[in-house]
Design a binder for this molecule. Structure first.
Ligand SMILES: *Cc1c(COP(=O)(O)O)cnc(C)c1O
Length: 392
């Protein structure tokens, strides 16, 4: 992959007419180090967040050995890099064919479920395997998350009790899991999830071999400034101690966004300005999907190329390149007042849920990906740098 010192240098050299995407190795390394040093357990990278091989390989170089996957394609991609890497199939609804392939072809032993029907599918598709690690996923409140996952997955506490008892009979190792929702803005969500697990343990008298507290760890956006990751780790440790278990289960987590968001930027070009509306060359059918309905506001920075830039800032909204009116990003994206046609804009925090959302819709697609070595526009991992926005 071609490498540039900075985004500015990249734009000056390439002068791209299509959107380009950058990856920062150092951001991935920094984030991974914080998790490896401070999380009290094992870290599984949630592959869907950014499955680009360069990103996955950088995570591996940084010490990640385990992967949370949701499809056979994701398993194949990881195993192609190194057959010894461990995949856990943490989607609670899988086809029988993919359970069978995961187990027999790729040696995957860990599966999650939230119904008896799925348990039966797993048992039958693995021909009553005796070495399964099965996770019962419990529904927990996603009240503090920007992106709610609770409506789709998870057994209600009342159902989880019977399901845990039943699943234990078929599992070599039994786990309980939950997900607080993505971009979780308050550490207390993890404490509540862990306490919910505690209630199930009390009622069933089954101490699981593993507690999986899922993903959801936040990154930083201009309008979403979460508490430090330390406070998340501390809340989790305290909540686990409060369970007062004789033997502490193994703890795992499945971060996606927090590990890779800062590593990626999308550089767009302005095709037209209509007052406070900018028509740009990437949008919700490209990497900016989350700028649409979830209305994620990416940090934005104009690439000056030596041009005089107004100090006065203005709030813009963005329109993507396709003809669909859903290809709209409300923002507000704060940029200098004199932004105009042909300007380049860097949008940050797109290492997570960016590249992976690209479609070919309407003939717009770019696969121009470069490595850069400068710092991300905003960071969770060097909070002093964000003092300005933190004070706000
Ligand atoms: C999406 C997902 C994750 C990663 O979530 P982030 O919010 O990106 O950390 C982890 N686990 C499961 C089961 C998921 O579906």
């Amino acid at each position: 992959m071609k490498k540039f010192k900075t985004v500015d240098e990249l734009i000056n050299v390439i002068k791209p007419s299509d959107p380009v995407y950058c990856i920062r190795k150092n951001s991935i390394k920094k984030a991974t180090k914080v998790f490896l040093q401070n999380f009290p357990g094992k870290i599984l990278y949630a592959v869907k967040t950014n499955p680009h091989p360069f990103v996955v390989k950088t995570l591996i170089e940084s010490g990640i050995k385990n992967f949370d996957v949701a499809s056979i394609k994701e398993i194949e991609m990881i195993k192609k890099i190194n057959n010894d890497l461990e995949c856990s199939y943490m989607h609670t609804v899988k086809s029988r064919e993919s359970i069978k392939d995961a187990y027999f072809k790729y040696n995957v032993k860990s599966f999650s479920l939230d119904t008896k029907e799925e348990l039966i599918k797993i048992i039958e598709s693995t021909e009553q395997a005796k070495d399964l690690e099965l996770y019962v996923r419990v529904a927990v409140s996603n009240e503090h998350a920007e992106i709610d996952l609770s409506k789709k997955f998870g057994a209600l506490s009342s159902e989880a009790i019977g399901l845990l008892r039943l699943t234990k009979q078929y599992a070599k190792k039994i786990g309980l899991s939950f997900h607080v929702g993505s971009q979780c803005m308050h550490p207390i969500s993890y404490a509540k999830g862990i306490s919910e697990i505690g209630n199930i343990i009390k009622k069933t008298k089954i101490i699981p071999d593993v507690i999986n507290i899922g993903g959801g760890f936040p990154t930083i956006y201009p309008d979403l400034i979460p508490p430090s990751l330390d406070s998340y780790f501390n809340e989790i440790k305290t909540a686990l101690e409060k369970l007062k278990l004789n033997k502490m289960p193994e703890i795992i987590c499945e971060p996606g966004r927090a590990l890779v968001a800062e590593s990626g930027s999308t550089i767009v070009k302005v095709n037209l300005r209509k007052k406070q509306k900018l028509y740009i060359n990437d949008g919700t059918y490209g990497t900016l999907f989350d700028g649409g309905v979830p209305n994620i506001v990416y940090p934005s920075k104009i690439i000056t190329n030596g041009r005089m830039i107004s100090k006065k800032m203005t709030a813009f909204d963005f329109y993507g390149p396709t003809c669909d009116s859903l290809d709209y990003m409300k923002g507000p994206f704060i940029l200098p007042n004199n932004v105009k046609e042909n300007d380049y804009i860097e949008l940050g925090q797109l290492g997570a849920y960016g590249l992976t959302f690209r479609t070919q819709f309407n003939g717009f697609y770019s696969n121009e990906i470069y490595e850069v070595e400068d710092e991300p526009i905003m960071t969770m991992y060097d909070r002093d740098k964000n003092k300005g926005s933190l004070v706000a």
